[in-house]
Every structure is written in C-alpha cells, then in structure tokens.
Write a protein that binds this ligand. Structure first.
Ligand SMILES: C[S@@+](CC[C@H](N)C(=O)[O-])C[C@H]1O[C@@H](n2cnc3c(N)ncnc32)[C@H](O)[C@@H]1O
Length: 212
C-alpha cells in the first residue's frame, strides 16, 4: 500500500510550491502534519471539476491544504464552507486560501462540526460536494448530516477510511480507528440513499453519490 502510494505520488503529483508552503506553515505553527496526501488532494480537485460542484462543504480544515485542492476544482465560480474546531487552525487555513487566491470564496465556521452542521440544516443550506476529514468518532454522524444537506446527486467523500491499511490486512496492528472505520465503511456501502465505492489512494477515500 505504501509502495503503491509512493509510486502514484511520484508519477502523478508534480511539484506544487504553494501546497509545499502550506505543509511548511502547518509545521511552523506547531500543528499536526495530517493534511491529505498529494494524490488524495489531486483527486479531490478532479472530482469537483468533473462533477461541476460549486457549493462545497469541508469538515476539518487544519491549515487549508485540502481546502485549496477543493477550491482549485471549482475555480472562480464556487464557494467553500469549512468547519473547524480550532480558531487558530481556521485562521492559518484562511491565510493559506488567500495566498492561493480563494480567500474571498471561503467561509469558516469555528466550533464542533456537529453544531455547525445543525446550524446549516436549520438555515436550509444545501451543498453539492462534501469532504469529511475531522474526528473519526463522528464520521457516521457527519455522513448523516451531509445527506440531510445534500442536493440530489451530490458527492460525499471521506478520508482515512483504510485506517493506515489496518482495515484490510489480517496481520496489521489495529489502530485506534480500525473498528470505527470498518463500521463507517459498512454504513457507507449499505446506505440506501448512497451509491458508493472505496478508492485506495492515500489513506483511502470513500466516494458516494447521493441518489437522485
Ligand atoms: C485531518 S485534519 C484535517 C486536514 C485537512 N482536511 C487537510 O487535508 O488539509 C482534522 C481536522 O479536524 C479538526 N477537528 C477535530 N475535531 C473536530 C470537531 N469536532 N469539529 C470540527 N473540526 C474538528 C481538527 O482540528 C483538524 O484540523
């Protein structure tokens, strides 16, 4: 799995100075280095541009790496709403999105994402693309909230669904998230409103289409 990902990154991810600076800024600010992998980021950009999504919701901003990848997919014509627990992280993410030219197109909602999602539901907001990448314990809750906020045909993407590969390998050491992610993947695969597949890139992404 690591070998396959290194190969994919080396062939398909060209040097990207802006994203490298984002990674450096995250380290300089003492934040964890847990942004999406370059290949996962590129896939997010592609999925948004292929689907034509314009109203995008991200759960878990960190320093703005995935935010920039999402915004690159919609270019000038879309908006990103990003939910982040830590104010300091959202501030760095906003600085990085501004550097990338998307500062005016992103809104951060600070605080526990479940509360922000409730607020968005009560405001009757709707989105056509969701990226779930925050606390793993709440992934299923996030999935259900995203379905409530989805326009028909919307895409819902979730990261880290292979839990460092521990999900699939019988002899791998289970991580803190192995059980949670197994349950999450079952829920995604069997949800009556979703058509889904798991893409083993980076730490694994589920991609679901909300049935029309
Ligand atoms: C894996 S990082 C996100 C990485 C980001 N998507 C990227 O690839 O650039 C997870 C983020 O979720 C945030 N987070 C954790 N628990 C949260 C919660 N309950 N509500 C909102 N954000 C949360 C963390 O502060 C962290 O910034």
């Amino acid at each position: 799995m690591d070998q396959v990902n290194s190969y994919i990154d080396s062939v398909f991810s060209k040097q990207d100075t802006l994203l490298e600076e984002v990674v450096a800024s995250i380290k300089e600010n003492g934040m964890p280095s847990i942004s999406v992998s370059p290949s996962s980021g590129k896939l997010l950009t592609l999925l948004i541009s292929i689907s034509g999504a314009k109203d995008v919701l991200e759960i878990g901003a960190l320093g703005g790496y995935s935010g920039i990848c999402l915004a690159r997919g919609f270019g000038r014509g879309g908006t990103l709403t990003s939910l982040e627990l830590e104010e300091k992280y959202a501030e760095l993410a906003h600085r990085n999105l501004s550097k990338a030219g998307f500062g005016q197109q992103v809104t951060y909602m600070i605080g526990p994402a479940l509360q922000s999602l409730e607020q968005l539901v009560s405001e009757k907001r709707q989105f056509d693309f969701f990226f779930i990448d925050a606390d793993k314990d709440n992934y299923e809750n996030y999935l259900h909230a995203c379905i409530r906020l989805a326009k028909p045909g919307a895409l819902i993407v979730a990261d880290n669904v292979l839990a460092s590969g521990s999900i699939a390998a019988d002899n791998a050491m289970p991580t803190r998230y192995t059980k949670i992610m197994r349950k999450f993947n079952e829920a995604v695969a069997n949800h009556p409103q979703l058509e889904s597949q798991l893409i083993p890139i980076g730490d694994g992404l589920t991609v679901s289409k909300v049935k029309e």
